[in-house]
Design a protein around this ligand. Structure first.
Ligand SMILES: [Zn+2]
Length: 140
């Protein structure tokens, strides 16, 4: 049975400098949504793709609309469970709106302090966590 409903959409990293495709919005895009356009025979590997770059303001509502219409959004930049496994001393969680968070306790000059980062894609979250975990890379 071919049914457009249920065919997953893909969330990916937008290219640098991409801006939001929403009407009159020129904010920096944080997520690129790739969705196969419906065809008569249903979506398949050869389906043409529609691409939407979305800013952090507009992405959560678009994502919500996709899921309400039966299209789960697949994060192509990584898997949150993998990120959690990789960074065992961080707590990783996700909000209802699909925003991703990670928190850890770091040791600074004033003692332990909490650090929280957030992102919309697992790959973005991982990059921020990695930057905090390896600060020496930024002082070369
Ligand atoms: Zn926007």
């Amino acid at each position: 049975m071919t049914n457009v409903s249920g065919f997953p959409y893909q969330a990916a990293m937008p290219p640098a400098g991409a801006t939001c495709h929403c009407n009159l919005c020129r904010s920096v895009a944080v997520v690129r949504l790739i969705m196969p356009l419906p065809t008569i025979s249903g979506p398949d590997a050869d389906s043409p793709l529609a691409i939407w770059d979305m800013c952090k303001l507009h992405w959560p509502s678009l994502r919500g609309a996709c899921e309400r219409s039966g299209h789960p959004v697949t994060d192509t930049t990584g898997d949150l469970r993998t990120v959690q496994d990789e960074f065992g001393h961080w707590n990783v969680w996700t909000s209802d709106a699909g925003r991703l968070y990670a928190a850890c306790y770091g040791t600074g000059p004033d003692g332990p302090h909490g650090i929280t980062v957030d992102a919309f894609l697992a790959g973005q979250l991982r990059a921020q966590m990695h930057a905090i975990d390896t600060p020496e890379l930024h002082h070369v």
